[in-house]
Design a protein around this ligand. Structure first.
Ligand code: KIV
Ligand code: ZN
Length: 523
């Protein structure tokens, strides 16, 4: 180890994470994820469990062939067959690791392995020695370490280090530990295993009690220098320790952790998190630490005033540090204050007086009391209505649309709409029914907007659920977002698209109106 201060990040998103229900990935997806993990700067990628399936084997091999930078690792049980499969899969990698494990707790040894501790000890030694035939970098895990007997744990760790293990991992397999107790376990291992200085000590904590990150950090505080973790904390059952939380805790609390550091490029965190969501079709909760949509959002007036005066009043790290696309998210809602409203008005390029602010502020509070959730679009509508008196003027109104789609048809859509009162119709094909309809609308309007973001989700878990579509688009350099809800997903998408387009057009009109006023004033 370089200076004793570096904490190695062992990412197991593609192994422990991927084995959780709902998170399986194809080889191509794993490869894409592995490249991003390399950009993120993790030290080790556990790419899978080679002996588990042909698919796992192939994915590990492709990652070993193509992903440069991190050590590429495969998991294997403590038997020769698994170890050979792992060795073959990681063979093409520049730097490779075999991670072998066996359970060491009485309950696992008796009921799962049906073996005596002495037999387990021999299996572990032999597995590590065998793995060393393929690489010098061998990691050994004492599965269910937190429920293992101390003396047996010390013994097996000492023996596998003698057999050649370079990393000793202490998993809290069932997420049972409490931070203080887990820290003590690590300290005891450091003090009672005579050759522990010949290996790096690692932790791998599960989140069954919501303590995976806290336990991992307690481990680090007591001498651990490798943490096993996953993006967004995915993994078996309640998941593993979340990589982003570990990395940011070490960085933000550098003072507490005695200058420990990781090599992770934190600016890649958000991107990696969202890539995983896109690939697996999963969402992170809005309040998820570091990567949730609300992680850097401020709604309360007191907080908004605070961060606008000095960011550090309510932010312990900056959104930019973790690569959030929006640097500071001031959300307008029922708890917001006038400072935030002024910021929004400035963002929209609107000239306002103090009376304007008072009037809009009152309306905003009224709206917030009525609606459960206030979206950016609602605020925008309020602002535009106030400043342009556009209550009933939606530039585009779709009268109807019709789409033909099927597994043997080129999706084709026809729309009839009104643009500022003028009837327009158009037909277009597209890459799917939504694409065809949107292209038909663009054709009818003779515009070329580009889509920046599009998401659709079911609001309830039934097939007849309401779908909520959200779109962000750009029209001639003006960005606007829209929202649409319908039981028909194409209709929800069309509503969101037209909603966003109407806002973009209104905004463009407003900018034009303002610049004309300015020009008139100067002539
Ligand atoms: O949770 C666990 O014990 C594991 C080991 C295989 C490291 O995932
Ligand atoms: Zn695990």
């Amino acid at each position: 180890m370089e200076d004793g201060k570096r904490v190695y990040i062992f990412d197991t998103t593609l192994r422990d994470g991927e084995q959780a229900p709902g998170f399986s990935m194809t080889t191509e997806e794993k490869l894409q994820m592995a490249h991003q993990l390399a950009n993120l700067g993790v030290d080790v990628i556990e790419a899978g469990f080679a002996a588990a399936s042909k698919g796992d084997f192939e994915a590990i091999k492709r990652i070993a062939q193509e992903v440069k930078g991190p050590v590429i690792c495969s998991l294997s049980r403590a038997n020769h067959g698994d170890i050979e499969a792992a060795a073959q899969a990681i063979e093409p990698a520049e730097r490779k690791r075999i991670h072998t494990f066996i359970a060491t707790s009485p309950i696992h040894m008796e009921y799962k392995l049906k073996k005596k501790p002495e037999e387990v000890l021999e299996i572990a030694k032999s597995a590590v020695a065998f793995a060393r035939n393929f690489t010098d970098d061998v990691e050994f895990s004492c599965e269910d370490a937190t429920r293992s007997e101390r003396e047996f744990l010390y013994k097996i760790i000492e023996e596998v280090i003698k057999a050649g293990a370079k990393v000793i991992n202490i998993p809290d397999t069932v997420g049972y530990a409490i931070p203080e107790e887990f820290g003590r376990l690590i300290r005891d291992i450091m003090e009672n295993v005579p050759n522990i200085d010949k290996a790096i000590l690692s932790v791998h904590c599960h989140d069954d009690l919501g303590l995976a990150v806290a336990n991992s950090l307690a481990g680090v505080k007591n001498g651990v220098r490798q943490v096993e973790c996953t993006i967004n904390g995915i993994g078996e059952r309640a998941g593993n320790a979340a990589l982003e939380e570990i990395v940011m805790a070490l960085r933000v609390r550098h003072d507490y952790f005695g200058e420990l550091y990781t090599n992770v490029n934190t600016k890649e965190i958000y991107k990696t998190s969202r890539l995983l969501c896109r690939i697996t079709g999963s969402f992170v909760p809005p309040n998820k630490a570091i990567v949730g949509d609300n992680a850097f959002a401020h709604e309360s007036g007191i907080h908004q005033h605070g961060v606008l005066s000095h960011r550090l009043t309510y932010e312990i790290m900056s959104a930019e540090d973790v690569g959030f696309p929006k640097s500071r998210n001031i959300v307008l809602g029922k708890h917001s204050g006038r400072h935030a409203l002024k910021l929004k008005l400035n963002e929209y390029g609107i000239n306002y007086t103090e009376e304007d602010v008072e009037r809009i502020f009152a309306k905003l509070k009224e709206l917030a009391d009525k609606k459960k959730e206030i979206y950016d679009e609602d605020i925008e509508a309020l602002i535009y209505q106030e400043f342009m008196k556009l209550e009933d003027q939606e530039p585009i109104e779709v009268e109807h649309f019709q789409v033909q789609s099927g597994d043997n048809l080129v999706p084709t859509a026809t729309v009839k709409l009104y643009f500022k009162g003028e009837e327009r119709t158009a037909t277009s094909t597209g890459n799917g029914p939504v694409d065809a309809t949107i292209k038909a609308i663009q054709k009818a309007l003779n515009i070329n907007s580009s889509l920046v973001d599009y998401s659709i989700k079911a609001l309830t878990p039934n097939t007849d659920a309401q779908a909520e579509a959200r779109m962000v688009l750009e029209l001639d350099g003006v960005r606007a977002s829209g929202r649409g809800v319908d039981t028909d997903i194409i209709k929800a998408s069309v509503k969101a698209f037209v909603d966003a387009l109407n806002r973009a057009i209104l905004r463009k009109d407003y900018i034009l109106q303002k610049s004309n006023v300015r020009r008139e004033g100067t002539v």
